[in-house]
Design a protein around this ligand. Structure first.
Ligand code: F6R
Length: 250
């Protein structure tokens, strides 16, 4: 198959997903002052539960670490439970013992979202960049909220969400009409500056996008395909998400 020569692909069963993802991340995360890039959503939940379990059992200590979010909805404040700020704080930071002051999420209520996006890009650089980026993939191939057609050299900016993404995320809001129309997202170039990327995919709704991203051409219409050019990517998929990958035929 044509997954880029430096990428590793692991296809795992549901019970092993969290542990496989945690192992992949911890192998690449420095002990001192680790900077972990956080994707939100359903896919990485087993990973965050497993990391929290290892923290509780004393296997790892990441309390000096930083969490850097990929994106945030414009119009949602950090106290809104549907915001990504709330997700990162409650699902990742608190269970992993990372202080709130070490969590960076774009401010969805910023008066000037464009200026907030620019400032967020600078904050990532000031922190020294991301050591390991956890990423998911949209059913339309999006990477963070870089929707199909996003420039490969894009940096953090305000974007308009596609109808597909708003409908996919309606489950967190009650209905798609309640899903915000805009978001601040790290750009494709921003994400590619992370030293390593661990791309996670679960479920059959991701199968076509994952196959296109890993085995098709690098194409702005499948933003996650840009990861073929990244020098250190691990892809972890469950069997339904991996079903369209050519390797599954053998
Ligand atoms: C979330 C993000 C998105 C999700 C993707 C998959 O911060 O940037 O790209 O990773 O939409 O979402 P789930 O995992 O909910 O299917």
């Amino acid at each position: 198959m044509t997954v880029s020569h430096t990428a590793r692909l692991l296809v795992v069963g549901d019970d092993d997903f969290g542990a496989a993802a945690a192992d992949a991340i911890l192998q690449r995360l420095p002990d001192r002052r680790p900077r972990l890039g956080i994707a939100t959503g359903d896919t990485p939940m087993p990973l965050y539960s497993e990391l929290a379990r290892r923290v509780r059992s004393g296997q790892i200590d990441v309390s000096t670490g930083f969490l850097i979010a990929l994106d945030e909805y414009v119009g949602l404040g950090s106290q809104d439970p549907r915001s990504y700020a709330a997700y990162v704080r409650t699902q990742v930071g608190a269970p992993m013992g990372i202080p709130a002051g070490n969590i960076l999420v774009p401010d969805g209520l910023a008066v000037d979202p464009d200026a907030e996006a620019e400032a967020f890009e600078r904050r990532i650089g000031d922190l020294g960049g991301v050591d390991v980026q956890v990423a998911g993939i949209g059913s339309n191939g999006h990477l963070a909220f870089n929707e199909p057609g996003s420039p490969l050299d894009s940096i953090t900016r305000v974007v308009t969400l596609s109808e597909q993404t708003r409908s996919d995320n309606a489950r967190f809001f009650g209905s798609s009409s309640d899903v915000p129309h805009r978001a601040i997202t790290q750009g494709i170039a921003t994400i590619c500056r992370a030293r390593s990327v661990v791309l996670l995919a679960r479920g059959s709704s991701k199968a076509a996008a994952l196959a296109a991203a890993l085995t098709g051409p690098v194409d702005t219409w499948i933003p996650a395909s840009v990861l073929q050019r990244h020098p250190a990517v691990t892809v972890i998929a469950d069997r339904p998400a991996a079903a369209d990958l050519p390797t599954m035929r053998y």
